[in-house]
Ligand binder design. Sequence first.
Ligand code: CTP
Ligand code: MG
Length: 245
Amino acid sequence: MSDESRPFRTAAVIPAAGRGVRLGPGAPKALRALNGTPMLVHAVRAMAASRSVSLVVVVAPPDGATEVKNLLAEHALPERTDFLVVPGGESRQESVKLGLDALPPGFDVVLVHDAARPLVPVDTVDAVIEAVRDGAPAVVPALPLADTVKQVEPRADGSPEPVVATPERSRLRAVQTPQGFDHATLVRAHESVTENVTDDASMIEQLGLPVVVVPGHEEAFKVTRPLDLVLAEAVLARRRANDGF
Ligand code: CTP
Ligand code: MG
C-alpha cells in the first residue's frame, strides 16, 4: 500500500443490464445460472471477496432492479460490504454512468466490473486496486493473445473481407475487468467522452491520461457465447473439487 496514513475507499460498479444477445434466447445474461447460482451473484461475490471493496453498485436490467434486489437478499454475501442496485441503460457506457451517479461521496477508487465475468479471482481484483492506489489513474487487467489478429475491411454483403493489416501479436493484449480508476478521473471521462466505447479505460486514453496494464487471469474470461457457459461451469466444478480435498 502506497500510503498507510490515508485510508483509500474503494467501490465496485457492476454493469449487468445487458440482454446477452450472443448467448441466445433466455433471461438477461446476468441472471442466467451457473451451477445453480445467478452469474450476477458470482460477480458480486468476486468483488466483495476483496477486503478493500466496501460498496458494490449493481446496475440491473432497466426493468429488473427489484428482481436483482431480491436476488442479492436471497444469497449469502459478506457482511462487511454494502450493496446498491440501480436500473441500467441502453448501452454499457450509459449503464456504467448510471452506476457512477449512484455512488455516495467518499470513494477514491472505483472498479468497473462486467457481470459477464463472474469468475475473476480476488488476487486479480486486488492487483488492480493496488495499482490505482500506487498512482495510476486507470488500470486494466490483460492477457497476451493466443490467436493472431487481422484487421479487415468489413463487408456488409457477406463477401470475403480483405485483410488490411496484421498487428504484431506480441504487442497486443486482451483486456478484462475489473478495470480500476481514480474516481474523479473516471467521472470526468464519462462527462466529456461521448463516442461509443467498449471499455472504460479507452475513455481515459481519450483524455490523454495514462492507462496501465496488470496481469489478467484466464478465469476472468467473459461469458459471451453458449460455449462460455460450459467453460464457466467447468471452472466452478474444478474449484469445488479443489476446495473439497
Ligand atoms: N451491459 C450493461 N448495459 C447494457 C449493455 C451491457 O450493463 N446496456 C453490461 C452487461 O450486462 C455485461 C457487460 O456490460 O455485464 C459486458 O457486456 P456484454 O458482455 O456485451 O453483455 P451483453 O451486452 O449483455 O451481451 P450481448 O452483447 O451479447 O448482448
Ligand atoms: Mg454487449
